[in-house]
Design a protein around this ligand. Structure first.
Ligand SMILES: [Zn+2]
Length: 276
């Protein structure tokens, strides 16, 4: 831990990769089917037998009203009422005033909702805070939270009506939340460019790559980050995960693996940093 803290403090920038394990630490378990899921969606569980958020999110609901009832309740609960978490607070303290960039497959929008800069975040698989034409007749993204909030409030006492359902302003057909569920997903090419320019900017510098809760077989974020560390002479790789630490031989000499509870580990790092 002491060596990791030294590396972070000496670094010119921090590149953070975060995936599902980070969300779980914040209480959002996409495939856990935990108590929160059961309490939030008893009606959908009874009707369709859903066992977790992921399953329900890729389900083709027969009616738009049902789709948006599910989505608005989900998104309002996990993003609309989000007020940070201890793991997020610790991460922000660790970043401090260092230049940073976050690349994530998490779609709940928590990094920006927690006050981190939108410009410094690349959400590879989109996020719940925006929506798009479900048929991708055009490539504009629209903010979703106003309509989500309204639908979430209405369903507490009644039902969502067809007039409340968002429609594409161009073709008039269905909208969908901007997450990568099918081939119509609009990729965030701007985020991809910002990520690349961050990497270019810190080429050759002391870069700490902090990987949080990414499964060992993840090809989308973990593999590119490990390749980057391999290519960058002064990069350090820090991976935090519970029971799934994987560090390839070729970068072992500049890597640290911390196995355990992420909230505890980041809190410990934060505490030691401020005391130095
Ligand atoms: Zn359209």
């Amino acid at each position: 831990m002491k060596k990791i803290i030294e590396k972070i403090e000496e670094s010119d920038a921090i590149l953070i990769g975060a995936s599902n394990g980070f969300s779980i630490c914040e209480g959002l378990h996409l495939f856990g089917g935990d108590q929160a899921f059961q309490e939030l969606f008893p009606d959908f569980i009874e009707k369709y037998g859903f066992s977790n958020i992921l399953e329900a999110s890729i389900f083709k609901f027969p009616k738009e009203e049902e789709k948006w009832t599910y989505l608005s309740r989900l998104i309002w609960h996990y993003s609309g009422t989000y007020h940070g978490s201890s793991v997020m607070d610790s991460l922000k303290s660790i970043i401090m005033d260092k230049p940073y960039f976050i690349v994530t497959s998490n779609g709940e929008g928590h990094f920006s909702l927690a006050g981190l800069e939108n410009e410094q975040i690349y959400e590879i698989e989109g996020n719940w805070l925006s929506m798009q034409c479900a048929h991708r007749c055009h490539d504009t993204l629209y903010p979703s939270m106003d309509v989500i909030k309204k639908m979430a409030q209405v369903q507490q006492t009644g039902k969502i009506t067809s007039e409340m359902i968002p429609k594409c302003p161009f073709c008039g057909r269905e909208m969908q939340i901007h997450v990568a569920t099918d081939h119509n997903f609009i990729p965030d090419s701007d985020g991809q460019k910002r990520f690349q320019s961050f990497v270019n900017k810190y080429h050759g510098k002391n870069l700490v790559v902090l990987e949080l809760g990414i499964g060992c077989r993840n090809q989308m974020i973990k593999a590119p980050l490990m390749n980057l560390v391999n290519q960058e002479p002064n990069a350090t790789y820090v991976t935090v995960n519970k029971g799934e630490i994987y560090i390839p031989e070729v970068i072992k000499h500049k890597s640290f693996g911390v196995d355990g509870d992420m909230t505890e580990i980041l809190t410990l790092l934060k505490g030691k940093m401020t005391s130095m």
